[in-house]
Ligand binder design. Structure first.
Ligand code: PLZ
Length: 447
């Protein structure tokens, strides 16, 4: 059966608009079919089935329009169905859809590698491998670091999220829902404390010392191939590390021959007002991992790093059938073009200012907002039991449900499920941002 339900839905206007209950009758009918055909392990935060999207608006099959503060978990960073991305991908689709770069190479892959060499932190010689998903980027980063160092150990931080494959599940902090019951897991993974200023109250130097001492005592630097960090933790709750934390970790890695990897899968590609969040902290990672926003909604991920590290893997040691698909590469090239031609780095900074100002206002009004944090278009609030730093996850579900009913799609995060995160596309206007903040105000008032 073709997509008869969604075919009738036209391009959205730039406002939220709710015309049925959420989810509406057509979504409910699709949900019935889905429950019979798709396992319950795959969840959907809001089972309103999406038919079309443009800019910062999603339209469901019932014609409801949602203001999208999630961007498909930080993927459509430059906006849904960005015209230049659609044009580039459509053109490419007609010319060459697949050749397998490991069999027959093509220019798009090389161009994306060049663009990443140019835009990732540092001026050293760099090389890039392309894959499909974020988890694959993490897996390959670890493979390369192990081959380069001849060591096995992988160091990860508390509250980290790195994916859902066996290795990356084991590297991810939160067991439920990501890893529970899916073991046994690969070994040689060492977890240590992160920097979480709202809860640990530590300076960057003190937090780094704690992290480093823990690793030195529990593993030993000489057994570590890599330390992987998210410069701003994503799923973990948008923790911005204390000043000096990341540079201290990098320095320790360099001094001990440990490959320092930045997982910029959520924080990268213009999200924070720089191409990569690492730049805000003055770090130059040995390897940078990208995915999500890199190809405007098409699947693509990348491992970019120091040429001598990247070249450690023997010929044929890296690959994969679909990695660096030509259509995804064409889309990624268009994304880089759009970031430059539309000044989207600046736009991400302005979005951050508008969001932050609005969220700080709300914090004055509502004492369940314990913390407002983030950089650029990656902002979050942490909900607490008023007057304490205790997690308040009960309130979060109510806020998200209220907002959905008003046509605003909000995402949750946080190890304790008490963080509300904002990942709007950089196509979101100031009016749309303020409208969304107004709905959040109403949701908090309704608690
Ligand atoms: N590293 C920092 O944020 C993906 C996960 C959604 P994949 N985060 C969203 C879900 O519930 O599965 C992510 C990330 C960071 C790695 C990944 C993994 O990226 O493309 O989902 O494999």
């Amino acid at each position: 059966m073709t997509d008869t339900i969604t075919a009738a839905i036209t391009l959205p206007t730039p406002q939220r608009r709710i015309v049925t209950a959420v989810p509406g009758p057509k979504s409910l009918a699709l949900h019935e079919r889905r429950l019979a055909a798709v396992p319950v392990g795959v969840n959907s935060a809001l089972p309103a089935y999406i038919a079309r999207a443009h800019g910062a608006i999603l339209v469901d099959v019932d014609g409801n329009q949602f203001l999208d503060f999630g961007s498909g978990i930080g993927v459509t960073t430059i906006g849904h169905t960005d015209d230049a991305v659609v044009a580039a991908a459509s053109e490419q689709l007609k010319r060459l859809t697949h050749a397998a770069f490991t069999i027959s190479p093509y220019e798009g892959y090389v161009r994306v590698a060049e663009l990443l060499a140019e835009h990732t932190p540092g001026t050293h010689a760099k090389k890039t491998v392309l894959q499909n998903s974020g988890a694959e980027a993490v897996e390959n980063g670890v493979k390369i670091a192990r081959k380069y160092t001849g060591r096995g150990g992988i160091a990860v931080l508390d509250h980290a999220y790195h994916g859902r494959t066996s290795l990356t599940m084991a590297m991810t902090f939160k067991a439920m829902p990501y890893a529970s019951g899916f073991g046994p897991f690969p070994g040689d993974i060492y977890r240590t404390s992160s920097s979480y200023p709202f809860h640990d109250g530590l300076s960057g130097a003190a937090a780094a010392k704690k992290t480093i001492v823990h690793l030195e005592k529990s593993v030993g630097a000489s057994d570590l191939a890599c330390l992987i960090v998210e410069p701003i933790q994503g799923e973990g709750g948008f923790q911005v590390p204390a000043e000096g934390y990341l540079p201290a970790l990098q320095e320790w890695c360099t001094a001990n021959g440990i490959v320092f990897i930045a997982d910029e899968i959520q924080s990268g590609m213009a999200r924070t007002g720089k191409y990569f969040a690492s730049e805000h902290f003055g770090i130059v990672p040995d390897l940078v991992l990208s995915a999500k926003g890199i190809a405007g909604g098409l699947p693509l991920s990348a491992i970019t790093g120091r040429a001598e590290i990247m070249d450690a893997a023997h010929p044929g040691g890296l690959g994969g059938t679909f990695g660096g698909n030509p259509v995804s590469c064409a889309a990624a090239i268009a994304v880089f073009d759009e970031i430059e031609s539309k000044g989207l780095l600046g736009r991400a900074t302005v979005i951050g200012e508008v969001l932050r100002a609005g969220l700080l206002e709300l914090q004055k009004k509502y004492d369940i907002i314990g913390d407002v944090r983030g950089i650029g278009a990656m902002q979050a609030i942490e909900l607490v039991v008023p007057g304490t730093h205790e997690h308040n996850s009960a309130a979060l579900g109510k806020i998200v449900a209220f907002a959905a009913g008003q046509g605003v799609l909000l995402l949750t995060a946080g190890t304790h499920g008490n963080v509300l995160r904002f990942l709007p596309s950089l196509a979101m206007s100031d009016d749309q941002l303020r409208d969304g903040l107004g709905v959040l105000d109403d949701a908090l008032a309704a608690l």
